[in-house]
Design a protein around this ligand. Sequence first.
Ligand code: IPD
Length: 308
Amino acid sequence: SRAELDEIYAFAIQLGKDAGRMLMAAAQARMGDAGSSIQKAHVQKMNAVDLVTETDEDVEAYIKSQITARYPAHQFVGEESYSKGSSRDYLIDDAPTWCVDPLDGTVNYIHLFPMFCVSIAFIHRSKPLIGVIYAPFLNQFFAACQGRGAWFNDSQALPLVRNPVPPMPEKAPAGCVFSCEWGKDRKDAPDGNMARKVESFVNMAAELGGRQGRGGMVHGVRSLGSATLDLAYVAMGSFDIWWEGGCWEWDVAAGIAILLEAGGLVTTADPPHPNEDTAPIEEVRLGSRLYLAIRPAGDSPTETGRQS
Ligand code: IPD
């Protein structure tokens, strides 16, 4: 019911704030600890670029304990819990589910680059209904709940940047900022793999920015290292387009909830052909590994007023 969803939303907001403070305290402790070397601060998971720190694990354990105490009937999918044991291919089903990345942007955190955050989503019937993202180093907080609008730092409705770019795919943006992520797949020869990715990113940006015969006008190509923050910046209107192939549910669920509520679009389209598959996420079950996000056109938010 509406009242239940609102209550879950308020709980998620508080949880995000508390978890973000934990992240910040851990980052500050690392900054102040002259003996903590970047190399020792993490262990590898899948490969040399798939990393986990004690902070990821501690923050996830905290979030999970809070959720299971409050909502024992809900399912929990967390990046670190999953890595440790589950072998399910398909992580989200129709049950009420919390999908959590305790630290999205782990590489950034390890290198003390400020683009890291906690990302918490509440999903029902495979649809992200609530998203909370807190990047404490940046002092940026995003939250959205279906029917309640999408919000930045508690009081500003998203998108913040309202003009003049219309959304893809109806009309392509000129002068767009295109964001993409490297992911963690380094199965091919590492250098070759990276080089191919650079080339494909540049081609995608040119293709998407170049529609309407504008000659591939791209204001910038970005790669922040946090998929969920990318989606929040698309919701904000700062990025026009974001693409990643290879992300997991916890990388995108909260960002998708925020972007959809801000009026943006998420598809599983392959960017070189963005008009071929434009099914919005409502019709595409979470579980794709490949997403294309398009910024809101700048319509007014679904609900006005101040975030609780
Ligand atoms: C990663 C980041 C990164 C993306 C990867 C994710 P993590 O999450 O979001 O930007 O390219 O696919 O796995 O490991 O930092 O939580």
